[in-house]
Design a protein around this ligand. Sequence first.
Ligand code: FE2
Length: 192
Amino acid sequence: MNQATFTRFDESTRDDWALIDAHFQRYQNDASRRVLEHLLRLKGDTHGYPVDRYEHCLQTATRALAAGADEETVVCALLHDIGDDLAPANHAEIAAAILEPFIDPLNVWMIRHHELFQGYHYRTFYGLDPHAREAYREHPAYARTVRFCDEWDQCSFDPDYPTRPLEDFIPMVERVMSRPPFGETTSVEDTP
Ligand SMILES: [Fe+2]
């Protein structure tokens, strides 16, 4: 049996869910490959910036790595703009949601708020308050988000920077995304 036999959940059995869960575990384990595949979609159109978003992501991750950031932070840097093509107006939510099951909640907060924090460097050109991020000064992730944006993100539009290739980061993404989602592994097979 390769597919569940029910047509509605209220008629499903434990065997159905064991089968579905086995499929899900394999699908989940392959998620990092699909995420990295999606990152490649940021190649090409620069949207007027000096480099495309793919180059920008690699460069942000390269700078974080060079600065001695831990692996999880480097992965955040690599993927922080991955939602740019799907949700240009609130792209940070996409990366935050993808990584949320696997990383420190403070890093989720950092990714989610990086747009606003990054705006310190350009919001004034849109008639907006560049200091809007100061509203979060007391937040425990404030300092790391400022560092992320100021030292790695906002400066990663340099076509001449020695940016590392994606291959250097693939094992890092695989390791982070192979952690048990939300710190625990549940399966139908292991449930009595
Ligand atoms: Fe960015």
